[in-house]
Design a binder for this molecule. Structure first.
Ligand code: F0G
Length: 438
């Protein structure tokens, strides 16, 4: 039977109170935080949509597995359990545990990078780009053209432009390409999915030129959901099998398990090649820890082993994707301009269109971030000129291309009524905007 209401596929066993504040209090808190949501105390936030990273609620199975954590320095059974789970999922032979995604990025891209090297991605996430550039290498984004048009519908707006990929490899020389990185889903591009067809093309091109192909797979379960529902030929393939098929196309992956690993901390690097893995293992030991824990406690590894399986549960994924879509679709119907279609983990609002009267150098995105906090205690993040803007020699802003605000949805944390509340806060913001225009 098909019901209109998509319920949370879980019961709540433990609750964490959130504090209700008044608008007057929030005015004061925001001033104290210098209008920077990262400086707000989380106890002064009602609904925290700053990030979906490390903010998941763990299941009772994860909590109970944690008690079984083996904290041995070497050869811990929790490590063996997590390693076998990751091997089974990714198909890669060499697994390196890290405390989070960027630690894996620093190790892999630090090793492969350096002056003269080029990395190519659909869109590098900020920490990925930073680790590459820090090594002296260059990071180039080549998302498909359709991704540049916020309102245009495309089922796989996270795809990479593979014609440009081919051209770039020829121009720069295959020997100078550090790696090609496919970010699934494409976080900085609006949480949009990447199709299997696109991953296949990228894989073929990389093989043809003998270039390393890496997946940034932190939201690969969410990506698999879209492939099953939007790409022909995958209707009857399970989410986990879809992810496995995508891993099989690549030479390795970097994962921040703080997203689709359903844990609060953790990550890993998984590689096909023995020599590359040996080089990375040496770097791992220098900064992260011994090879059987890499900065993680035994209990963290237990939680990750369980989370990596739970995330592919069809009821969970349906609830996850549909609840983000629900928020986005409601806002869209109310006239809030946003990136369409709605991405997997977040709704991205086009603040420049919403606040067209606010000049770019007065940061429309940040204005919306502040307004959401003042009106409703909602914390969000600007992805525009505050985050990525540069300044010329006279201190004049060189604006970033996007002026977005991201509402990222933590996994299994908020219920439908929390989301209804967020929608109501937007209604009030829109009313105020219309009154101001009158
Ligand atoms: N890659 C992608 C696509 C990410 O979204 C992130 C983190 C990372 C790598 C780095 O992982 O945080 O575990 O070191 N994204 C978070 C966010 C911070 O809010 O989108 P990490």
């Amino acid at each position: 039977m098909n019901f209109r209401t998509i319920i949370e596929p879980f019961k709540i066993k433990s609750v964490e109170p959130i504090s209700v504040t008044t608008e007057d209090q929030r005015t004061h808190f925001l001033e104290e935080a210098f209008y920077n949501p990262f400086k707000l105390k989380s106890e002064h936030v009602l609904i925290d949509l700053l990030t979906d990273s490390g903010t998941s609620a763990m299941s009772s199975k994860q909590w109970s597995a944690m008690l079984d954590g083996d904290e041995a320095y070497a050869g811990s059974k929790s490590w063996l359990r997590m390693e076998s789970e990751i091997k089974d999922l990714t198909g890669f032979e060499h697994i390196l545990p890290t405390h989070q995604g960027r630690a894996g990025e620093r190790i892999l891209y630090g090793y492969l990078g350096g002056k003269g090297k080029v990395f190519i991605s659909n869109t590098h996430f900020d920490t990925t780009r930073a680790n590459i550039e820090f090594s002296g290498a260059e990071a180039i984004d080549i998302p498909i053209e359709e991704s540049q048009h916020p309102l245009l519908y495309h089922p796989f707006k996270g795809d990479m432009d593979f014609l440009k990929l081919e051209q770039l490899i020829k121009e720069r020389g295959a020997e100078n390409i550090g790696a090609v990185i496919l970010t699934v889903t494409n976080n900085s591009g609006g949480g949009q999915p990447v199709s299997m067809h696109n991953a296949e093309r990228v894989s073929e091109i990389c093989k043809q030129h003998n270039v390393l192909f890496i997946l940034d797979c932190c939201r690969i379960a969410e990506n698999a959901y879209y492939i099953q529902h939007r790409e022909a030929g995958f209707e009857n393939v399970s989410y986990r099998e879809i992810a496995q098929k995508m891993f099989a196309l690549s030479d390795g992956c970097v994962m921040s398990a703080k997203k689709d690993g359903l844990v609060n901390m953790g990550g890993f690097l998984a590689l096909k090649d023995q020599a590359l893995s040996d080089a990375c293992t040496n770097l791992l030991i220098i900064t992260e820890g011994f090879v059987t824990y890499g900065g993680l406690s035994g209990r963290d590894m237990e939680a990750m082993a369980v989370g990596l399986r739970e995330v592919f549960d069809p009821d969970y994924l349906r609830y996850r994707i549909r609840s983000t879509e629900y928020l986005g679709e409601k806002l869209f119907k109310m006239g809030v301009p946003l990136i369409w279609p709605i991405g997997g983990h977040a709704v991205y609002i086009d603040a420049k269109s919403l606040y067209s009267h606010i000049p770019v150098d007065q940061y429309p995105g940040q204005a919306l971030v502040c307004e959401l906090y003042l009106k409703g205690g909602i914390r969000s993040v600007e992805i525009g000129s505050v985050m990525f803007g540069k300044y010329d020699d006279n201190g004049k802003l060189i604006p970033a291309p996007n002026k977005l605000v991201r509402l990222a949805i933590p996994r299994r944390v908020y219920t439908q009524s929390h989301i209804e509340y967020v929608i109501e806060v937007f209604e009030k913001i829109l009313e105020k905007r219309i009154q101001q225009e009158d």
